[in-house]
Design a protein around this ligand. Sequence first.
Ligand code: COA
Length: 177
Amino acid sequence: MPETLPAHGDVRLRPFNDGDAAMLVDMSTDPYVPLTGTLPFQATHDEVLAYIRRQHGRLHTGYGYSFCIADARTDEPLGQTGLWLASIDQGRATAGYCVAPRSRGRGLAGQALRALTSFAWTIEDLYRVELYIEPWNAASVRTAEGAGYVREGCLRSHQWIGERRVDMLLYAAVSGA
Ligand SMILES: CC(C)(COP(=O)(O)OP(=O)(O)OC[C@H]1O[C@@H](n2cnc3c(N)ncnc32)[C@H](O)[C@@H]1OP(=O)(O)O)[C@@H](O)C(=O)NCCC(=O)NCCS
């Protein structure tokens, strides 16, 4: 984890702890969220604790950084954001974000993405951060564009989301731009 935790506006990005379980239970009630990560749909308390353990392991396995989005003032957990490093040898990373349903509608994902992207540029040999967004996901598109990401195209039939074969909008930010 970075010595100085990434922050922007009202949010700070920090490691998960067991006190974040109730927020993650809330997050798991959105049926889309389990399709894009390892949090089970309508997760039990034990399942969210296992999810938290997996997030702690992300850095050790070289998979990337998984942060809890937290209120910068109160430390209340609000969501999750990640910077994934599978293509770091090519100078690229992928980002993702999710806000718990009870905390949506306040632009928190955009603030978290700005914090995450500023942090990304402190990583040596990282030049480009990509986002993959389904075309219907207007809130995510607004989040990306508000944080300065540029739409580069639509990748047709790009991947599976659950049992659907879906198109993905490709957004990216590049260092120094
Ligand atoms: C995407 C997500 C993180 C955004 O959460 P948030 O920060 O609370 O987003 P907000 O509700 O504040 O909306 C952000 C922007 O989108 C706009 N927006 C939200 N819903 C919208 C809709 N249905 N149509 C058009 N615009 C919409 C808001 O008006 C706001 O615009 P602004 O920046 O101009 O003010 C949240 O919806 C979520 O967690 N979704 C499930 C996981 C997910 O889809 N993650 C992204 C995968 S690519």
